[in-house]
Design a binder for this molecule. Structure first.
Ligand code: C2E
Ligand code: MG
Ligand code: MG
Ligand code: MG
Length: 284
């Protein structure tokens, strides 16, 4: 009886599940094609300090699909992670970012900029990840000290020793690390002290609410204080208004990223933004 019901249930849900499985297989196939046919690209979002000067950028992956136009990463990175496609994709992102840094180093106006690259947990956990980064740096000639790898808290959950070993190896080369989306995961504050981060990034979900929600404000304030205690820079993402920027500045957060300054833009539209000096009425 149970067996029959089970079989019925299975048959009952089959069409919907079948569709879902089909849709995912489809997406995966198209993503594989996109990688092969160079339909992935990077957009760049500037990061601005409290004097209104551009200090760096974060590169953000986009998929340019002939049918659907630009597809944002939230719609395909989870699938890329599950299927393993994130490995060749992440490798491509790293190489492309290093080539960009090498290019920037050739011009005085861009020479000092840092470039942040998002690294998925799965990519980081590859046994040859350190070698992969070193190779990308060597091949491009990029300055390692300008490269900032952004990783998330999920990495701190599994093999902490391995994470530390890899971070230390890359730090020895000069590569920097940022803890992305800080506050949204399972914070292992005790590990944070042992990991050689340079930057904490306040997630945009907190920044969005800092002026209206006392909890979000308290979390943001705590992250900034933690950053100071651990001697880390703090970058706020998702800064959309001057009021948010001023609040963050008052609390001691000194670098900002968000639509207030610029959206992530294709490389052709980046040059004028890099020359910009943004207003900041406050004096610090
Ligand atoms: P993230 O690394 O936390 O990137 C910040 C996200 O906030 C970006 O979304 C950016 O466009 C968005 N953002 C920046 N300023 C504002 C703002 O003022 N308001 C609002 N509402 N949003 C803002 P995006 O580009 O859609 O990327 C989403 C996530 O996808 C990234 O979050 C990152 O986790 C992941 N991702 C992006 N590129 C890559 C990549 O090359 N590799 C990997 N593994 N993950 C990537
Ligand atoms: Mg990021
Ligand atoms: Mg982030
Ligand atoms: Mg985020």
């Amino acid at each position: 009886r149970a067996k029959a019901a089970g079989r019925n249930t299975l048959r009952f849900f089959n069409p919907a599940m079948q569709l879902e499985v089909q849709a995912r297989a489809d997406l995966e196939m198209r993503l594989r094609e996109a990688l092969r046919h160079e339909r992935l690209l990077l957009h760049y979002q500037i990061q601005v300090d409290r004097h209104g000067e551009v200090v760096g950028a974060e590169c953000l992956l986009r998929w340019n699909d002939p049918g659907q136009g630009l597809i944002p990463p939230d719609r395909f990175i989870p699938l890329a992670e599950e299927s393993g496609l994130i490995l060749p994709i992440g490798h491509w992102v790293l190489e492309t970012a290093c080539a960009r840094l090498a290019d920037w180093a050739r011009q005085p106006e861009t020479r000092d900029l840092t470039l942040a690259v998002n690294i998925s947990a799965r990519q980081f956990r590859q046994h040859h990840f350190v070698a992969q980064v070193e190779r990308a740096l060597l091949d491009s000639g990029a300055d390692p000290t300008k490269l900032k790898l952004e990783i998330t808290e999920s990495l701190l959950l599994d093999d902490v020793e391995e994470t530390i070993t890899k971070m230390v190896a890359l730090k020895a080369r000069g590569v920097g690390f940022a803890l992305d989306d800080f506050g949204t995961g399972y914070s292992s504050l005790s590990y944070l002290k042992r990991l050689p981060f340079d930057v904490l990034k306040i997630d945009r979900s907190f920044v969005f609410d800092i002026l209206t929600d006392t909890n979000a404000a308290a979390i943001a304030r705590t992250i900034i204080a933690l950053g100071h205690t651990l001697d880390l820079d703090v970058i706020a993402e998702g800064v959309e208004t001057e009021a948010q920027r001023d609040w963050l500045a008052d609390q001691g957060c000194l670098v900002y990223q968000g639509y207030l300054f610029a959206r992530p833009e294709p490389i052709e539209r980046l040059a004028p933004l890099l020359r910009e000096r943004f207003d900041c009425n406050a004096v610090y």
